[in-house]
Design a protein around this ligand. Structure first.
Ligand code: ADP
Ligand code: MG
Length: 600
């Protein structure tokens, strides 16, 4: 075997393997080029999920015929000369256009502001044509057709048109958030149009366009500096969280990044205010001297390396926590803290290791305590006119008089229901307060999971199908899993653009908020690509369904129903905490009560 240099086209195709993974990578590279060219208006058009066509039109500074000739050659760039440590543009590798040209049919038309005519060049599977005159407005039009036609192996790895369309939308939104002063439009035969007029320097106004008013209304502004690193952006209040991380946006010097350090710092900032498995929504923008961050880490430029990662992490965690505190999310007076400290989730009930809180006593957050001072709670007593039984939960237990139940049952005998959600029960040596909604949710979850595993889910046909409006990408994502959801008792169908129809729901859930359930599932299936295995998915769906099927607080229960709930909790594994990791009940020992009243 002799060693010889590879042909140019092959070299470019090898580079394309790293730089251009899918049509969305083309969109990213072309958008970066338009922004680097100083465009104030960029239009993206796609067809067939970007596989058939991606066209990006900008009003940037354009290229001369000489520039254009070089632009499609490998390692030719106007952006850096000899210093990799001080990169102020999005591009710098001089690889995107030749890579794209080597795997697709590429056509670039360009015209500078001071030229009367445009020029154009075509590249097909690496064959570069000569530059010719052309007709176009000042700026640049880049058209990419039949991506990967020259590398069929890669073509096979692409997902459905829908999935690729969705990925392009994501890339487009990320760039749009980073550059509010650029008017950006995304359209095509395969999608509904997005049009974001420039909002100048108003980042929040652009975020409103991209993420909707809801995020903006729940966002807290962040602006903090540590040494020479500045963090700006918006972080949501903890209650506004999502089932996946798709709505976390990070930028370093304006460059959209998927940086592990940034996302892990974000998680850390919310660690004790957002339940596990939920994700905060945030837009974080980090600005620092380009010499203190290396962007030349990965060909797709989505990762960066900070020279001082600890500093950046500390800045993010500190700034967000400080903002949340400022927002008054953690009001805690000393008295309340002392009092709630006495109320704690039980560590476990004798003889039942699976019962109790996995978080342990110290993991209990006073901020989550459902406890309210007793004097506020006028005793309601047992409701005579109890509403219909609690579905799966109601298990008419023999009505024993208090004493016996206290002694025999770890969760004691129900004495009262407060605020139509908290069951107060008397135990042998104290009292227990149960969060009825959380407990019921857990019980439904466990039994749902059981029947899901056994494939015995009965579904209930809705008399009138419920139509749920959803963003197009969410509909698409959800429909990919329609069949799987069907086997879990949830039958959904496409209902025109931007909507799905729910025809059947799992019977065990009773009357449910089908729209809420479907919206949340749409979020969650987005995570499924990464999540492993059928079991994990079933657990996920069961948890989501249980949450939407549960009796919300506000239902009066009879004594029998309350005791039924307590007894079922005692025999159900894991019922000491709800599906969000919060305790379903707390216990106060008589000795604690005595302490509170200064008797000890
Ligand atoms: P890089 O962006 O890393 O320089 P590219 O292959 O993406 O490499 O582009 C090569 C060169 O072509 C750029 O450096 C730039 O000078 C020119 N160019 C590409 N796209 C545009 C555009 N939309 N407007 C003006 N010039 C462009
Ligand atoms: Mg580029």
């Amino acid at each position: 075997m002799t060693v010889r240099p590879l042909p140019e086209t092959l070299i470019n195709q090898i580079a394309a393997g790293e730089v251009i993974e899918r049509p969305a990578s083309v969109v990213r590279e072309l958008l970066e080029n338009s922004i680097d060219a100083g465009a104030t208006r960029v239009e993206v058009a796609t067809a067939g999920g970007g596989k058939a066509l991606v066209r990006v039109t900008d009003n940037g500074r354009g290229m001369t015929p000489q520039d254009l000739q070089l632009a499609v050659k490998r390692h030719c760039t106007s952006k850096i000369t000899d210093d990799l440590s001080n990169i102020a543009t999005l591009g710098f590798r001089g690889e995107a256009l030749p890579s794209i040209g080597s795997v697709s049919k590429l056509r670039i038309q360009s015209r500078t502001a001071d030229s009367d005519t445009a020029c154009e060049v075509r590249v097909s599977g690496g064959d570069v044509d000569t530059v010719r005159p052309s007709a176009a407005n000042p700026g640049t039009i880049v058209e990419v057709r039949d991506i990967f036609y020259a590398t069929p192996a890669r073509l096979k790895f692409l997902k459905s048109d829908r999935a690729e369309t969705g990925a392009i939308t994501e890339v487009f939104k990320r760039v749009a958030i980073a550059f509010p002063n650029v008017r950006m439009t995304l359209s095509g035969t395969d999608r509904s149009t997005l049009d974001y007029p420039s909002t100048g320097n108003d980042a929040l106004a652009r975020i409103r366009q991209v993420l909707g008013n809801e995020f903006a209304d729940n966002a807290i502004a962040i602006d903090a500096v540590r040494e020479d690193v500045r963090l700006t952006g918006f972080a949501c209040v903890p209650t506004y969280n999502r089932a996946n991380s798709l709505q976390q946006y990070a930028f370093v010097n304006g460059r959209p990044v998927q940086d592990k350090l940034v996302f892990s710092a974000l998680r850390g900032a919310y660690a004790d205010t957002i339940p596990r498995g939920r994700y905060p929504v945030a837009v974080l923008s980090i600005a620092l001297d380009p010499r203190f961050v290396d962007v030349n880490v990965h060909p797709a430029k989505a990762d960066v390396r900070f020279r001082d990662p600890g500093l950046v992490r500390g800045l993010i965690v500190g700034a967000i926590r400080e903002a949340l505190t400022r927002q008054g999310d953690r009001s805690s007076s000393v008295a309340a803290r002392d009092m709630t400290a006495a109320f704690r989730p039980r560590a476990g009930v004798a003889g039942r290791s699976s019962f109790g809180s996995a978080r342990g006593e110290s993991g209990y957050e006073p901020a989550m305590s459902p406890f309210r001072p007793l004097q506020d709670a006028a005793p309601t007593g047992f409701s005579e006119s109890a509403q219909s039984a609690l579905g799966a939960v109601s298990e008419p237990s023999a009505r024993t008089e208090g004493q016996e139940e206290e002694a025999v049952h770890p969760l004691g005998a129900a004495r009262a229901q407060l605020h139509e959600n908290y069951i107060v029960a008397q135990t042998g040596d104290g009292l227990v307060i149960v969060d009825q909604h959380a407990a019921h949710e857990r019980l439904v979850y466990e039994s749902l999971k059981k029947s899901l595993y056994q494939r015995e889910v009965a579904s209930q046909v809705l008399l009138i199908p419920e139509i749920v409006d959803l963003p197009e990408e969410d509909c698409d994502r959800l429909m990919i899993h329609a069949e799987a959801l069907g086997t879990l008792g949830l039958a959904i169908e496409r209902f025109g653009p931007g909507a799905v129809a729910v025809r059947e729901t799992p019977a065990i859930l009773g009357e449910i908020d089908a729209a809420g359930l479907v919206r949340q599932l749409a979020d969650e299936v987005a995570e499924w690509n990464d999540a492993g295995g059928l079991k994990a998915r079933i657990d996920y769906v069961a948890a989501t369904m249980a949450c939407h099927g549960s009796v919300r607080s506000g239902r009066r229960l009879s004594a029998e129903e309350m005791n039924g709930l307590l007894r079922q909790m005692e025999t159900t594994p894991g019922s000491g905490q709800c599906n969000h990791g919060r305790p379903t009940y707390i216990e106060l020992k008589l000795s604690d009560i005595e302490k509170l009243f200064g008797r000890r």
